[in-house]
Design a protein around this ligand. Structure first.
Ligand code: ATP
Length: 734
């Protein structure tokens, strides 16, 4: 802020204060009037009406002039204060430290290589060219030294001032110097001549050449003009303007938020900096309190205007909320470089031997350069974007992370038919790549099998002892017990719009997906769905509404944005519509993985990189004997799950004579029929398994084994027969 402006503001504030202070003293108090007023109003307060105004009702102010309490006490304030890291985060992170060291080594290596290439072609010829001038410069310097030329200006000055004494003193000193320096030179000359003769006649040709080269190079250095250095810089620093509070205030005033603009127009700042602007990662961070009533979403909405106000590219400006503070606390991070110009982000696990899926899948980096991880266990993932913005690339990263955990069963379906996931086929239990009806049917079958798998797992989980499974959720410990068959199962459906919008298989696939998403989460079944057409026909709302992790790359409009990121995402400022075509491929909003939506640039794995990871995963799985299904060369069409027909099985255990039957009886008979499939089933398992087939449960009167009459949940056998007939009819028609 300019000085005069500051002065003006200080003066204004001081005069305001002083007028407030002076007011009571400058008023002449009429004691009689004051007494009358007091007697008229026993609870005299400064805001009460004066006696002559008593008839006019005025609102009574309830605030006290001075607060009764000065705020929280010292201990409370200390307790609420924020503790800064003892050791900065970057120093604690081995990977960040390694990255910095790698960058430094690369930088040094670049400088060495840059100059090494230029030595023979540029630097040496330049030195040779400059050496005659260097000889002349050297001789000139010696002559000036011997004749004490540096004291010449002093002598001249004394001569001009006509100070004879001082002039004579300087002249005598110069004569003395010239004599002994001349003697020194005369004394040195024979040695120089002898050395020259020795070099000319007494040494080998190599030594002569070396001496000549050194002399030429030495004189070349002496002959360099002061304004033309020999070497050019290997690295030119692209100076990024430092972010200052003035720049931020000006930019914030230009984005069209009324409170800030008017405050700045009145000479204020409008915003408050709660901490000094600091360097964070490759950029600057400003922590700002917005004016009352203004939210971070209001600023995020105007990101483009803010970028213009800051005079930075859009990809450098990232306003974010601070989840630990109030709604008006803005973290403004301004990067040195546009996020889309970061190039391909290297995947953290690119050279890892193995990974633990319970730690999530390393996914990419946020604009501040921090690694971002997508949690997978107990989650489902929905990815969406316009074509060519990086969906398949993000799916590949997630699938590769899962592949590197040998316990994870991979079911990969890529219904685009371009073979983007082919590299991972060697470690998949089920795999399909294609857009034809057979491939779509395969994917639909997978969802049906997943539904059955979820039911099997639910029953198996129920049987687990409490100490092993206190939360009724898959844990690493449970996943490692291969005999339980409760390892994580990650199923990818890339371009799932082709499946859900399929006229024949779409509807059932949508219902199955919804079922799996709702129930499979705790049971270790993870769905990863990617779509380029997020509308209600191609993505059932039951699916889009229930996923927990969402990643949205560039989309065309608000509807698609909210379909992927969740209702109101657009309104709250999470707008994937702001990403630019192609340039922002790989950049998207990640929701659900962190407390607030974050922009992430995903790591990129090309085909060879994915292939290398798949080969490592294959070796790992071979060693741990966890390969199955397609990976073992089983026929692609073979359903991987248990091959049974639930309706036929129920029909088999409920004789025609039994018109109505309790579900708990069906469960125990099924368990007897196929213990490996229905073992542990209870009545409610039967209820939920039959529901998708349109068979509703009802109250059925019956007799318990002890002979007591009671009514329990059960089915009517006619409903079962109808469901079988309907299904078989549809099958035949198809
Ligand atoms: N993380 C990334 N970093 C840099 N470039 C990327 C990234 N992800 C994708 N791209 C670029 O975008 C291109 C398209 O990526 P990808 O095939 O994954 O898109 P898509 O959304 O799956 O396309 P489609 O909808 O046509 O299948 C890639 O070839 C690559 O050049």
């Amino acid at each position: 802020m300019p000085e005069e402006e500051l002065f003006r503001r200080l003066e204004a504030e001081l005069s305001a204060d002083s007028s407030e202070l002076l007011e009571p003293t400058t008023e002449v108090i009429n004691l009689g009037k004051a007494r009358a007023a007091r007697s008229a109003k026993p609870e005299a307060g400064t805001d009460e009406p004066a006696p002559n105004e008593a008839d006019e009702p005025r609102p009574r102010l309830v605030d006290q002039r001075t607060p009764a309490h000065a705020g929280p006490g010292l201990i409370d304030r200390i307790k609420n204060s924020k503790r800064m890291d003892v050791i900065p985060a970057w120093a604690k992170s081995a990977s960040e430290f390694k990255d910095a060291m790698k960058w430094l080594a690369g930088h040094v290596w670049h400088s060495i290589a840059f100059h090494a290439v230029r030595v023979p072609f540029l630097y040496v010829p330049k030195l040779v060219w400059r050496s005659p001038r260097g000889v002349a410069n050297t001789l000139g310097q010696i002559t000036r030294w011997v004749s004490d030329a540096e004291s010449e200006p002093l002598r001249r000055a004394e001569a001009r001032r006509e100070d004879t004494d001082r002039y004579l003193k300087l002249s005598r000193q110069r004569d003395r110097r010239a004599v002994w320096r001349g003697m020194l030179l005369t004394f040195a000359m024979p040695f120089v001549a002898a050395a020259a003769l020795y070099l000319a006649f007494g040494t080998s040709f190599g030594a002569q050449l070396l001496a000549l080269a050194l002399a030429v190079l030495g004189f070349g250095v002496k002959g360099a003009p002061a304004d033309a250095p020999l070497a050019t810089r290997a690295v030119i620093k692209t100076e990024v303007q430092k972010l200052t509070s003035d720049i931020v205030v000006k930019a914030m005033a230009s984005i069209g938020i009324g409170q800030i603009t008017s405050a700045v127009a009145k000479g204020g700042d409008g915003i408050k900096f709660v901490a000094p602007i600091t360097r964070e990662g490759p950029g600057w961070r400003a922590d700002i309190d917005l004016p009352l009533g203004v939210t971070v979403a209001d600023v995020a909405d105007r990101r483009a205007r803010l970028a213009s106000g800051l005079r930075r590219p859009l990809g450098c400006v990232w306003p974010e909320a601070d989840p630990t503070e109030h709604e008006g606390r803005l973290i403004l991070w301004v990067g040195d470089r546009d996020l889309s110009k970061t190039g391909y982000v290297k995947w953290q696990l690119a050279s890892a031997r193995r990974h633990d899926i319970f730690k999530g899948a390393p996914f990419g980096i946020d604009p501040r350069g921090r690694n971002q991880v997508v949690p997978l266990i107990q989650h489902n993932v929905l990815i969406g974007s316009l074509p060519g913005q990086g969906k398949t690339a993000s799916v590949r990263v997630i699938a590769s992370a899962a592949a590197l955990d040998a316990s994870v069963e991979l079911w990969l379906h890529e219904n685009k038919g371009t073979g983007d996931l082919d590299a991972l086929k060697c470690v998949s239990h089920r795999f399909v790549s294609g857009i034809d009806d057979d491939s779509i049917r395969y994917a639909a079958d997978s969802l049906r099998l997943l539904r059955e798998e979820v039911m099997r797992r639910a029953a198996a989980m129920k049987k687990l002892p409490r100490d092993l499974c206190p939360d009724k959720r898959i844990t690493r410990e449970i996943a490692n017990k291969r005999s339980l068959k409760l390892w994580p199962l990650l199923a990818v459906f890339d371009e799932c719009q082709n499946l859900f919008a399929h006229p024949e298989y779409g509807k059932q696939a949508g219902e199955d997906a919804e079922f799996v998403i709702k129930l499979g989460r705790a049971l270790g079944v993870i769905l990863v769905l990617a779509t380029q057409r997020p509308d209600k026909d191609s993505l059932p709302t039951g699916v889009s509404g229930n996923v927990s992790i969402r990643f949205c790359l560039r989309v065309a409009g608000q509807v698609e944005n909210d379909m992927i990121l969740g209702t109101s995402a657009y309104k709250n400022g999470t707008r994937a519509t702001a990403f630019r075509p192609e340039g922002d491929a790989g950049n998207g909003y990640l929701v659900g993985a962190t407390a607030l939506p974050t922009v992430v640039r995903t790591a990129y794995l090309d085909d060879p990189a994915t292939d290398a990871i798949a080969q490592r995963a294959l070796a790992l799985r071979k060693a741990e004997h966890t390969l199955s299904g397609i990976a073992l060369g089983e026929e692609g069409e073979t359903p991987a799950g248990p091959s049974y027909d639930l309706l036929a099985d129920v029909a088999a255990v409920v004789p025609v004579s039994e018109e109505r039957v309790w579900n708990e009886r069906i469960a125990s008979r099924l368990a007897e029929l196929r213990p490996e499939v229905y073992g542990g089933w209870k009545g409610e398992n039967v209820t939920s398994a039959l529901k998708p087939h349109g068979i509703r449960t009802t109250g059925v009167a019956g007799m318990t084994d002890d002979g007591a009459r009671t009514t329990r949940r059960g089915i009517v056998r006619a409903d079962l027969t109808n469901a079988i007939a309907e299904r078989d009819g549809t099958r035949d028609a198809a």
